[in-house]
Design a protein around this ligand. Structure first.
Ligand code: GDP
Ligand code: GDP
Length: 437
């Protein structure tokens, strides 16, 4: 199950990042700092009262320098409304309401998602009288909080978690099988690949009643197994002028990724890797889906040198999803397309596996014996034990004497060793470190 998402929206300077950091830190739960290209976005995992969720500072969502609407308040609110299960709308209790707050409120009043209006910078408890003006935003009762001092955040989290527990796992009819999203830039060959994969096998295009067409779902039976292939070709740029169309295309991709268990990132080999490919890969990785990189139009790449060079560039620029297998195909001729099915099956198997605790701890004993650890002065990190705490994708909690000593390098070291010992091809993994003396 993907984690539920809480988006924090609001105009600049109301204290979004302070708020997000407080909630994530209060639980020692910043577990997944994105590396490389996606580092600039702010995704955190947090838990409260035993409920795990993902926290997004939507101010950090970037769509590239070329996008005129980057950072626009309205887009940000849209992103929050579309992506999240619960929205926290942060305003500034010191400066009061301004036009930007009203702009955000206008968007949020139309969403069906639960919205919590948090009035930040209420540093002195008991000054609730000042909250009255915020009712006029029309998004419900204001919650006084102080992101810097922490007042009010516990009550707010209690209420948020109560909403998150209501988020329903969508009911699926029959057996939709593995949900596979086909993502990538316009013209990479997504529709061609979808056609290949759904032709010749038993397949039906499902009608999602009552919803706008985000993407086309096709239920496929291949060698007795079921798959739902989600084609996001609708991402195509329909209009150069209307920024919202492009913007919604992006949101659609994110939504397909949200539902996906396995993402096929289709790359046009003749163009090489673009920034947008990297961004989309980053999103899929953030969401924790399994991933397969499909180098399409391989029929147009001539000679071993050119082929080697493309593969090298992929390895380099998509290093942050190094766990994803790379398959070169031609959707046009059908060459090697069959290999994708096996890759999906094994990526899904690895993504949904549970590794027994005793095997993990035998592995950890081996790690301890290598003597590789982190220290700071006299303090030395000692790993005690490890257990897998969830699946899809696999997440592990390590117990250690000084979890604060764990740094990026050490985490990477652990991940690499884990991948050497267990088959985690195609799937991301999550790590948490907790204190145990
Ligand atoms: P963002 O742009 O919305 O992410 O806002 P920041 O988190 O960067 O905060 C903007 C400014 O407000 C910073 O100077 C913070 O220190 C300050 N700030 C944030 N939360 C509080 C709070 O609860 N009380 C007070 N007094 N200042 C705060
Ligand atoms: P989409 O926008 O990602 O759905 O891309 P399409 O499937 O519409 O493909 C875009 C163009 O690339 C079309 O003209 C396809 O015929 C062509 N194309 C797709 N796959 C291949 C391939 O493997 N080899 C070649 N040579 N052309 C391809």
């Amino acid at each position: 199950m993907p984690l539920p998402i809480v988006a924090v929206v609001g105009r600049p300077n109301v204290g979004k990042s302070t708020f997000v950091n407080r909630i994530a830190q209060a639980n020692e739960a910043i577990v997944h700092e994105m590396r490389g290209v996606t580092r600039d976005r702010s995704y955190h995992e947090a838990d409260w009262n035993g409920c795990d969720f993902k926290l997004i500072d939507t101010g950090g969502i970037e769509m590239g320098d070329d996008d005129a609407f980057q950072g626009s308040i309205r887009s940000q609110a849209f992103a929050g409304a579309n992506e999240a299960d619960v929205i926290v709308f942060l305003v500034d209790g010191k400066t009061g309401i301004n036009a930007d707050d009203e702009e955000v409120a206008r968007v949020l009043r139309r969403t069906s998602k639960p919205v919590f209006l948090a009035v930040n910078k209420m540093d002195t408890p008991g000054s609730e009288d000042e909250l009255w003006e915020f009712y006029q935003l029309g998004v419900g009762d204001p919650w006084p909080v102080s992101a810097t001092h922490g007042h009010g955040t516990g009550d707010l989290l209690d209420a948020i978690v109560e909403e998150l527990r209501k988020v329903e796992v969508p009911d699926v009819e029959d057996d939709p099988g593995i949900n596979v999203a086909i993502i990538g830039r316009p013209n990479a060959g997504k529709s061609s690949l979808t056609n290949r994969m759904t032709k010749g096998d038993r397949s039906i295009v499902s009608d999602v009643a009552g919803t706008t067409r985000d993407a086309i779902d096709t239920l496929v039976e291949h060698e007795g197994k079921h798959y739902t292939i989600v084609d996001t070709a609708g991402l195509r740029r329909k209009s150069q002028i209307d920024e919202d169309v492009e913007y919604y295309g992006f949101v659609r991709a994110m939504r397909a990724i949200d539902r996906a268990q396995v993402a096929l990132l289709v790359i046009d080999s003749t163009l090489g890797l673009t920034d947008q490919d990297q961004r989309v890969a980053g999103f899929a990785a953030d969401r924790g889906c399994a991933m397969i990189i499909v180098l399409n139009k391989w029929d147009l790449v001539e000679g071993p040198e050119a082929k080697a060079e493309i593969r090298e560039r992929i390895a380099d620029r998509l290093g942050f999803v190094g766990y994803a297998p790379v398959i070169a195909i031609s959707a046009l001729t059908g060459k090697k397309v069959d290999r994708i099915w096996d890759a999906i099956d094994s990526a899904f198997e690895n993504y949904s596996q549970t590794i027994p605790t005793n095997k993990l701890n035998t592995w950890l004993t081996g790690i301890r014996e290598t003597g590789h650890t982190v220290s700071n002065g006299k303090a030395v990190l000692r790993m005690k034990y490890v257990t897998q705490t969830s699946t899809c994708p696999p997440r592990f909690t390590f117990f250690a004497n000084r979890p604060d000593l764990v740094n990026d390098n050490y985490e990477r070291f652990l991940e690499n060793r884990l991948r050497e010992s267990f088959d985690l091809t195609g799937t991301p993994v999550g790590f948490k470190f907790k204190k145990k003396d």
